[in-house]
Write a protein that binds this ligand. Structure first.
Ligand code: C2O
Ligand code: CU
Ligand code: CU
Length: 492
């Protein structure tokens, strides 16, 4: 109680008014928060060591209220980790939550034992060491809980954060950087009157009525009249956003899930489904000082009045802009199916029992669904036999979209991806090369309600060196704490 009163007293009047008498949260009353960047506990010659504790916390998300959260180091969302290509990161994650958990690095090319396999859990009180080689190109990745059947709840409570890889090629472009390079983590949540999350494990979707950016409801950001880079992550459970500006100006997309596009792609709307990332440059020099521009979700693209505010930019000052936006961002070699390319088809549907399934099968941690070989190129076709959108995600590899059946693939989707939206009754064909590591990895729908119930498959990547094969091998004995309330029967 004491803490709540103290927090309320410290608030300026306009923040207090952020919550209307009827409980509705008013937009643009609180400033955008930016998750702090973690510092390593030790810097070695080629690797940095981090330590983080997963623990319960109370976070001020709605002004003047405290929400019970499950966090990395007490932060909602978690602190940002910044990596440099070629420099390894080791993270020791200690679980002080009181429930099992496991952390996945979404979009990371990592050894499978560091991939956060849903059955490879960190039991309460235990510490697990994750090794991230960071051999891949610059990209905005993110880490999040991946516990078998509890991913939805654990993420809702707060177990996610950003992981940004930087590299020289990107540095040389002189894009907006430093305080002009801002992450925007989009989430939606439902709150009870007392500020606690109203989470319910649902099979079809988990949605909230309050839009959060970096853990604050529909915030504002004061900006200078210059270019900014925004790294937008959809960390919501089920909600797809159609991002647009209320000024009608296009958003200039420069990156997607796995880093920069080949060239900037202006678009009036950018669809962003769970786990997808879009990086955009907004040039506020177009607007006179004093302008306010809303980043919004065009809920129904055919009806402009359906737009819901996500956050607002307030151009409040003049500043020089030494950054640039080059017409070419990087070379992206197109992958093409050739003789020898392995073709796979995945049909996405809901079975008679109401479960979400891939090729008719619900997830089973004890079953290997496919065994791609290192070095092989594979083309996967996702066919959606349902009326829901499925953002399909593949661990370990990055892919390119070959086609969307008869529909156009937009320029913003022509870069490297790790998650792709499959529209209702639609189809998408993607192509990838298996590289890096052998072992057990997942592929699944990233609507976390679907993922938990049970739209996920397991692949065992084979081949490579003897060591890689050994690592990819069988289960290595049961965990000591089999008595915990853990619902997936297999433990690795
Ligand atoms: Cu971000 Cu397996 O997921
Ligand atoms: Cu992933
Ligand atoms: Cu789905």
């Amino acid at each position: 109680m004491g803490a709540i009163t103290a927090a309320s007293l410290a608030l300026p009047a306009n923040e207090l008014a952020a919550i209307a008498a009827d409980g509705r949260v008013r937009p643009f009353r609180v400033p955008l928060a930016i998750p702090p960047v973690m510092t390593p506990v030790r810097r070695g010659r080629n690797r940095d060591i981090y330590e983080v504790t997963m623990r319960k916390a109370r976070s001020e998300i709605l002004p003047g209220k405290l929400t019970r959260t499950w966090t990395f180091d007490g932060r909602f969302p978690g602190p940002t980790i910044k990596a440099t290509r070629g420099r390894e990161i080791v993270i020791r994650r200690r679980n002080a939550l009181g429930v099992p958990t496991t952390t996945h690095l979404h979009g990371g090319e990592v050894p499978w034992r560091s991939d956060g396999h849903p059955s490879l859990v960190i039991d309460p009180g235990q510490t697990y060491e994750y090794v991230y080689p960071n051999q891949q190109e610059a990209a905005t990745l993110w880490y999040h809980d991946h516990l078998c059947k509890e991913t939805s709840r654990n993420n809702y409570m707060g177990l996610s954060g950003l992981y940004i890889i930087e590299d020289e090629a990107e540095d040389e472009l002189n894009l907006p950087r430093g305080r002009y390079d801002i992450p925007l983590v989009l989430q939606d949540r439902r709150f009870r009157r007392n500020g606690s999350f109203a989470f319910k494990d649902r099979v079809n979707q988990v949605r909230g009525d309050v839009y959060l950016v970096n853990g604050r409801p529909m915030p504002f950001l004061k900006v200078a009249n210059r270019k900014y880079r925004f790294r937008i992550l959809n960390a919501s459970h089920s909600r797809g956003y159609r991002l647009s500006l209320d000024s009608g100006e296009p958003l200039v997309q420069i990156g997607s899930d796995q880093g920069l596009l080949a060239a900037p792609a202006p678009a009036t709307t950018i669809p962003l489904w769970p786990a997808e990332r879009a990086e955009v440059v907004i040039d506020f020099s177009k607007y006179p000082v004093g302008s306010r521009i809303v980043l919004q979700d065009l809920v129904d693209p055919s009806d402009p009045t359906s737009a819901k505010p996500i956050m607002r930019f307030h151009v409040n000052r003049e500043e020089d802009d030494p950054s640039s936006l080059p017409p070419l961002l990087r070379q992206i070699e197109r992958l093409m199916p050739l003789p020898g390319t392995v073709e796979r088809v995945f049909r996405l549907s809901q079975n008679l029992a109401g479960k979400w399934v891939i090729n008719g099968k619900a997830f089973d941690a004890g079953r290997i669904d496919i065994s791609p070989r290192l070095g092989d190129t594979e083309a996967w076709t996702f066919i959606n036999d349902s009326s829901a959108t499925h953002p399909m995600h593949i661990h370990l590899v990055r892919f390119q979209i070959l086609d969307r059946g008869d529909l156009q693939v937009s320029p913003g989707e022509m870069g490297w991806k790790d998650t792709v939206r499959v529209d209702p009754s639609g189809r998408v064909r993607v192509i990838m090369k298996f590289e890096g590591f052998a072992g057990r990895y997942m592929f699944h729908c990233h609507n976390l309600a679907h993922e938990d119930h049970s739209m996920m498959g397991q692949m065992r990547v084979t081949g490579g060196s003897d060591e890689q094969q050994r690592q990819a091998g069988g289960y290595v004995g049961a965990s000591s704490s089999a008595s915990l309330p853990f619902k997936c029967d297999i433990r690795l």
